[in-house]
Write a protein that binds this ligand. Structure first.
Ligand code: C5P
Length: 222
């Protein structure tokens, strides 16, 4: 029997979208299905890791063996992620975290007036960037969903956020569907994977991650 590639490792990941309220019945979100993050959580469990998943609002079933923490907003996702960070060997930011949230949340339902409505948005904090910048950062993995110039954007994101690995995909190849086509970017180059079901892609990402961990002997190096 082959030893499992992430045996004894602890993996924390974020998955799904976030939901940023505008008022008690409305909010801003995005079209992340959560499927890639859930598949990756499952693949990490299969590889022998202890997995904690911080999940935005999705109705997908929790993969067997995964410890799941449900959140709604990017601020809650950040807080839950930081709370669960101590002792983790790997952090994978798969969630499509909202980049902006309404600056003011109305306590009451906003009534329509027939006039244009202006919402003032503020930036959310970059969970992955913040964690990867810490001196005690685990090995950090990011996702880059782009609509063009995948190679340039994914590689600059890897360097800017100090990540060991970036999983890049063109949004038209993966968003919402059952399959995905990704390219892995690490310090040694770009590795395109064939298009496949998300669980197969997730297992390939885990295999690559495990080989990086072995190379760095557990010490994160971007
Ligand atoms: O900068 P960009 O949003 O394109 O980077 C995507 C990567 O960063 C993903 O891995 C995503 O999970 C993570 N991210 C995050 N917090 C944010 C924005 C993105 O963790 N506020």
């Amino acid at each position: 029997l082959q030893p499992k590639s992430l045996a004894g490792k602890r993996v924390l990941l974020t998955a799904g979208p976030t939901f940023e309220p505008i008022d008690p019945v409305r909010g801003l979100t995005n079209s992340s299905s959560g499927k890639m993050g859930f598949a990756l959580a499952q693949a990490c469990v299969e590889a022998g890791a202890a997995v904690t998943m911080i999940a935005g609002p999705v109705t997908l079933p929790t993969p067997r063996g995964v410890r799941r923490v449900d959140v709604q907003t990017s601020a809650q996702m950040r807080e839950a992620t930081l709370r669960n960070l101590p002792g983790q060997d790997v952090f994978i930011g798969v969630a499509a975290v909202a980049d902006y949230r309404p600056k003011m949340v109305s306590a009451e339902k906003i009534k329509k007036s027939g006039e244009p409505l202006t919402l003032v948005l503020e930036c959310t904090s970059d969970i992955l960037g913040e964690i990867a910048a810490r001196p005690d950062a685990p090995l950090c993995v990011g996702f880059a969903a782009e609509s063009q110039h995948l190679e340039t954007y994914a590689e600059s994101k890897r360097k800017a956020k100090n990540l060991a690995l970036v999983v890049g995909n063109l949004v038209q190849d993966g968003l919402g569907g059952e399959t995905n086509r990704v390219t892995l970017f690490d310090a040694t180059g770009a590795y395109p994977l064939p298009p496949a079901k998300k669980i197969i892609v997730a297992r390939c990402i885990v295999a690559h991650l495990a080989s990086l961990m072995e190379k760095f002997d557990g010490k994160p190096r971007a």
